[in-house]
Structures are given as C-alpha cells and as structure tokens.
Design a protein around this ligand. Sequence first.
Ligand code: AP5
Length: 208
Amino acid sequence: MKIVMLGPPGAGKGTQAEKLSRKLNVPHLSAGDLLREVVVKETSLGKEARSYMEKGELVPDSIIMQIIEEKIESLKDGFILDGFPRNINQAKALDRYLEDRGEKLDLVINLEVDKDTVIKRLTGRLVCQECGKVYHVENIPPRMICQDCGNRLVQRADDNEETINNRLKVYFKHTHPLIEYYQKKGLLRSISGEGTPQEVFERIINLI
Ligand code: AP5
C-alpha cells in the first residue's frame, strides 16, 4: 500500500504512521526524521538543511527529493509517507516518480486538529535522541529514558513556540493546498486528529 499522511505540525502524523506501519507491515518514511539524520551526520546536505529546519522553513525541494527518492527506491512493498510531499511541486514530483514505475498512491489521510492542540502537543513533545521514538511530557517513562533503546529523551530544536508558529504559517501557505490537490484526485480522506492516539488510530483503521 502507498499512503501519504497529511496534516499540520503536531497533528500526529508520525505517531499514527508508526502505528499503521506496524499494523499493515508497510514501512514508515518520515521526511523530518530523514532530514534530522543528515543534519546529525553533518553531511553537506545536512548542513544546508539545518538552517531551514531551525527556523521552521521548508528545506529546498532539491534536497528533500534527493533523500526521499533514494529511500523509496529501496521499498518494494509500498510505504507510509509522513511529512512528504509538503508542497504542490513535491506532490507532482512524487506523482511523476510513481507514474514512471507504473504505480500510484492508494490513499491520502488528512489529520485535522486545531491550533491549541498543535501548541500543546509540540511544546510537550520529547523524542529519544538515539532512536527518535516520540513521547509527550504528560506520559514520559521513568528518568526520561527511552523505553525502546535506553537513551535520553530531549526536546526537538524546532519545538519552541516561536518556531512552531512559523511552521504553522508555512503549513498553511505551502502544504494546506495539497488537500484540494488530492481531493481532486479522489485520494483524500480527512479525519479528526483530536482525542487519544488510540481513538485517532481506530478512525484510521475504520476508513481503511
Ligand atoms: P517534521 O519532522 O515532518 O515536522 P512536522 O510536519 O512539523 O510534524 P511533526 O513531526 O512536528 O508532527 P507530527 O504530525 O508528526 O506529530 P507527532 O506524531 O510527532 O519536519 C520538521 C522540519 O523538517 C520542517 O519544519 C521542515 O523544515 C523540514 N521538512 C520536513 N519535511 C519536508 C519536506 N517534505 N520538504 C521540505 N522541508 C521538510 O506528535 C506530536 C506530539 O503530540 C508528540 O509528543 C506525540 O506524543 C503527541 N501526540 C500525537 N498524537 C496525539 C494524540 N492523539 N493525543 C495526544 N498527544 C498526541
């Protein structure tokens, strides 16, 4: 299956993509995680990407396309994309890429949440600095240690209120138009991203 997760920052795209990936046994590709990997490795791509990410701006299409295409290439049994595409140009590039291989997307899941939810979720998010597992301050494991790999939990550099507000502006300017784009293609299913992760997941399973 080839699925795209859409939604504003903090909508729960990563959380739900991870659950869905386990349920369907389809790999989860997070554009943000892939970018953070190259930033940590301090490759030339990573150094360029860092400056955009710290401000909450989109990194240039040429950088993200290179990273995503390289990853998708190795996936034979579909994917769940989270954080990509993020603008019309990227969506068209993904369409072309799939068409060239005689493939197409099956579904685009759009998670709807209000701004207060976004702020609360993102200012409280903690991630494992080693494996990237996502937590929230309201539900952290003992001693702030990741339950999966035993490493420390940290706050993401772009999870401060000022950058979150800019990420939201960027979302409405560049990513929100994808809702209409995928609606016209008959691929879009919108659901509420409010409620507990399990409640949201059940909505997703029902629509699949
Ligand atoms: P990215 O990492 O993709 O960030 P984002 O889109 O802003 O999304 P988030 O990861 O913040 O939120 P999410 O929806 O995945 O929520 P999550 O599940 O973690 O991108 C970061 C940056 O990289 C961008 O700003 C840009 O610079 C760059 N970038 C990435 N892709 C790009 C692209 N294609 N092109 C150009 N640049 C790109 O949940 C958030 C929190 O809420 C967690 O703490 C979680 O535990 C909690 N939570 C989740 N669901 C629930 C729930 N139902 N109830 C209560 N808490 C919940």
